[in-house]
Design a protein around this ligand. Structure first.
Ligand code: KG4
Ligand code: ZN
Length: 365
């Protein structure tokens, strides 16, 4: 694949509870156009269980994957002959679901003689802010989703160095579990943000885990336990609103405090000329998190980018773009690519410094 070509890529995403397909066009100068992005959420199917049920997810993906892909192609006004390649999430995630999307991608690639890119879902999140703005490499990335909470230096496609990760829960997982303890519907993050609106976050004192501690790792389990215990006795609507506000600001504060530390390490390695901060993942949709990071970036002379709201949570446009960026570098995968339940972005760091617990077990970890 020659780098100077405009690439039109079909992306497929099925690693958790969204069945998604998208068509993205990437110009040789890196400009990106999302021609279509279809996301069929399974939230209603999982809501009664308060979380994602792997078996239900896999079956739901099988049922609708074909129609979601057809819808994405139609909305893009494209035929398979217009595509330069197919990109499908190959992990990490619920492996039954990953296999559905990856198999669909392989079938199209084989039938149409197109190159296949087996995309790391986290690499999709890593490039998602580039769907809304051109952002040069390198950048400092805070990846905060339901299964991950990491700080990474991103030097280019597939070139990530992990600076910190959670030693227990991911930030989105903390949002979800605390929301559940407060009796809020799944997924908890957006519900808790709505409840917190106008609340006084200073009324409840919550643990400030790892504050001032060396390194860039995160910890949310203390906060989760304390908030869940408080939630049991909090019934009054104003108290509930203020507790939600306190939880949200505690999470935002920890994210920005640890990111501040990562900025120091990042500047020591890359100098002041490349001060770029990017946040991605479902929790990047949170207004307070965005505000805290915007202020931090401003204070430290970093530019700040977050994906457009629709591309914070799981979607296939980010998978298509990650695929297009790989194709532009001449990278693609064989039809023997396997679905991987676990697949760290910085494999070396994951081997050298494994975390005690990999956050949400099984589902997205
Ligand atoms: O990136 P994502 O869709 O899936 C993963 O790859 O994990 O992230 C989902 C997570 C959930 O934990 C959800 O509660 C959280 O992102 N989330 C939010 C918000 N929107 C989604 N958390 C806080 N505030 C939000 N507005
Ligand atoms: Zn995700």
């Amino acid at each position: 694949m020659r780098p100077q070509q405009t690439l039109t890529v079909l992306g497929i995403e099925t690693s958790c509870d969204e069945t998604a397909a998208a068509v993205v066009r990437r110009a040789p100068d890196g400009a990106v156009e999302v021609l279509s992005s279809i996301v069929a959420s399974q939230i209603a199917a999982h809501a009664p269980f308060g979380g994602v049920v792997p078996e239900i997810a896999a079956r739901a993906h099988v049922e609708i994957i074909d129609s979601v892909i057809a819808e994405a192609m139609k909305a893009a006004d494209a035929g398979f002959a217009d595509l330069s390649g197919v990109a499908a999430t190959a992990g990490p995630g619920l492996v039954g679901g990953v296999m559905v999307g990856l198999s669909a991608g392989k079938a199209i690639a084989l039938a149409r003689g197109l190159p296949l890119v087996a995309v790391n879902h986290l690499e999709g999140h890593a490039v998602s802010a580039r769907l809304g703005a051109q952002i040069a490499y390198p950048f400092l990335l805070l990846l905060v989703s339901g299964g991950h909470c990491q700080l990474l230096e991103v030097a280019g496609v597939g070139r990530c160095r992990r600076l910190g990760t959670t030693i227990d829960d991911a930030a989105g997982e903390a949002f979800d579990k605390i929301a559940k303890a407060m009796g809020l519907p799944y997924p908890g993050g957006p519900a808790l943000e709505r409840l917190a609106e106008g609340g006084d976050g200073s009324r409840f004192v919550l643990p400030r885990s790892l504050l001032g501690r060396d390194g860039c790792d995160f910890s949310f389990s203390g906060l989760k336990t304390a908030a869940a215990r408080l939630a049991e006795g909090v019934i009054d609507p104003i108290d509930r609103r203020d507790l939600a506000a306190a939880v949200q600001s505690a999470i935002a504060r920890q994210l920005s405090e640890r990111t501040a530390r990562a900025m120091t390490t990042y500047v020591a390695r890359h100098g002041v000329g490349d001060r770029r901060l990017v946040v991605a993942g479902g929790v990047a949709a949170n207004g307070e998190v965005r505000r805290a990071l915007t202020a931090l970036a401003e204070k430290n002379g970093f530019s700040f980018n977050a994906p457009p709201l629709a591309y914070c949570t799981d979607n296939a446009a980010m998978i298509a773009l990650a695929g297009a960026e790989r194709l532009a570098e001449g990278l693609s995968d064989g039809l023997d690519a396997v679905a991987r339940p676990r697949w760290p972005l910085d494999e070396a760091a994951a081997v050298d410094r494994p975390t005690h617990v990999a956050g949400r077990k099984g589902a997205k970890a």
